[in-house]
Design a binder for this molecule. Structure first.
Ligand SMILES: Nc1ncnc2c1ncn2[C@@H]1O[C@H](COP(=O)(O)OP(=O)(O)OP(=O)(O)O)[C@@H](O)[C@H]1O
Ligand SMILES: [Mg+2]
Length: 382
């Protein structure tokens, strides 16, 4: 093992699934480059069913992504991606990948009711107001947000809201960042079939969890990603660079232990970690800033989307496994809170249920990415 790679673990061997799942067609591969590790999910579509074919997680001691440097992937990424792909026994060379939300732009904009054919031109004119860099430096696109308002028959605009306006989500990724991802994947021998913003992968992976408006809170290693979603549509998004790593560092500093020991304490004691010493509630102090961001997102939804009310918080990401986190968030935000299940609509052998329980939250973006492949193919057929 080299370049700071600490472990590659788990993965379903073909012997477990080969006999069960048969043919190799319709296979898709999602690769999530997280700040603490690479996660790969391989899904297979057989008829209408989607099955987990394999997965692998590789953790790194060194940071793979550095927030605050607009998503610069560290040099260790290529080798680690290659090893994780190998571990997942993937024979394909084209994969689905995501850039972190903090290195991209997702903005909700509003335009007056208009004919569908004219929207593109309106967006071309409006985009410079919202994208703070030269348009030639970004790849950008837009989508209508279907708020379940009345459909305009004449123009077939599903995005018309209850207040008669059209809500549109404008998304942009810096070309520099997409080129960087392409180069890192290419060095790992892979082609990126499609690169999306990870907020969309989260929404897709957890769509079956709740079709009513809700907030997904992905508590990762370096970043918490808050995504407002309704019926699978992303409505808004905010990120904050406080997450699992900050909790570990706070425990280490307060208790005077190294980070490895602090990580163990965090896993064992959860929200109570370090509480006994001096009585200060360290973990909740770190999480309070995150809670504030969640509340801000909730208020922003009320302002941007008339009539939309967030009913629930769906937690995911490795940090959501912290003992007592669900209860803490529920109490602080005052909304029903639970852990999302990215495998709700995916078949897998019963024997790996414990693995799914343990690692499902970390695999959520890779699941969403792999599912994107099937949506893509569906769209291409049209
Ligand atoms: N049982 C647990 N209790 C508490 N924290 C945990 C547990 N298991 C994992 N974590 C934390 O989850 C974090 C890793 O989560 P995840 O894999 O979602 O991050 P990532 O996707 O690599 O990071 P990011 O999304 O910030 O780029 C680490 O900080 C780890 O300490
Ligand atoms: Mg993550």
């Amino acid at each position: 093992m080299s370049n700071g790679q600490s472990s590659i673990f788990q993965g379903l061997k073909d012997s477990v699934l080969g006999g069960l799942f048969g043919s190799n067609s319709n296979v898709s591969v999602g690769v999530d480059v997280g700040s603490a590790g690479i996660k790969v999910v391989v899904l297979e579509r057989v008829g209408d069913a989607i099955r987990l074919k394999n997965y692998a997680i590789a953790k790194s001691k060194d940071d793979i992504i550095k927030p605050g440097t607009s998503g610069v992937i560290g040099e260790i990424a290529s080798e680690l991606i290659e090893k994780t792909i190998e571990e997942a026994e993937v024979s394909k060379s084209s994969v689905y990948a995501a850039v972190p939300s903090f290195s991209s732009l997702i903005t909700a904009i509003e335009i007056p009711r208009t004919a569908k054919k004219d929207i593109d031109e309106i967006i071309q004119n409006e985009a410079p107001k919202y994208i703070p860099v030269q348009l030639s430096d970004v790849v950008y696109g837009w989508q209508l947000i279907d708020e379940g308002g009345e459909e305009d028959d004449e123009n077939v605009i599903p995005g018309v809201s209850r207040d008669g306006k059209i809500h549109i989500l404008l998304v942009a990724i810096m070309r520099e960042i997409s080129s960087q991802y392409e180069a890192v994947f290419s060095a790992a021998g892979l082609k990126i079939e499609s690169l999306e913003i990870d907020a969309f992968s989260l929404a897709r992976a957890l769509v079956e969890s709740n079709r009513k408006p809700h907030l997904i809170l992905d508590i990762g290693h370096k970043v918490c990603n808050i995504v407002a979603v309704s019926n699978g549509n992303v409505l808004l998004n905010r990120t904050i660079d406080i997450a699992g790593d900050r909790i570990t560092k706070t425990i280490a500093r307060s208790l005077g232990v190294d980070s490895q020991r602090a990580e163990q304490i965090k896993h064992k004691e959860g929200m109570n970690a370090g509480k006994s010493k001096g009585g200060t509630d360290m973990v909740s102090q770190v999480m309070d800033t995150v809670i504030e961001e969640v509340k801000k997102t909730n208020r922003a939804i009320g302002k941007t989307y008339e009539g939309i009310e967030i009913s629930e918080i769906v937690l995911t990401g490795g940090g959501s496994k912290l003992v007592g986190m669900v209860e803490y968030i529920e109490k602080e935000i005052g909304l029903e809170t639970r852990i999302g299940d990215p495998f709700a609509m995916i078949n897998y052998p019963e024997s790996i249920q414990p693995v799914i329980n343990e690692h499902g939250s970390e695999l959520v973006i890779a699941v969403g990415l792999a599912l994107n492949a099937f949506e893509d193919r569906k769209n291409k057929k049209r």
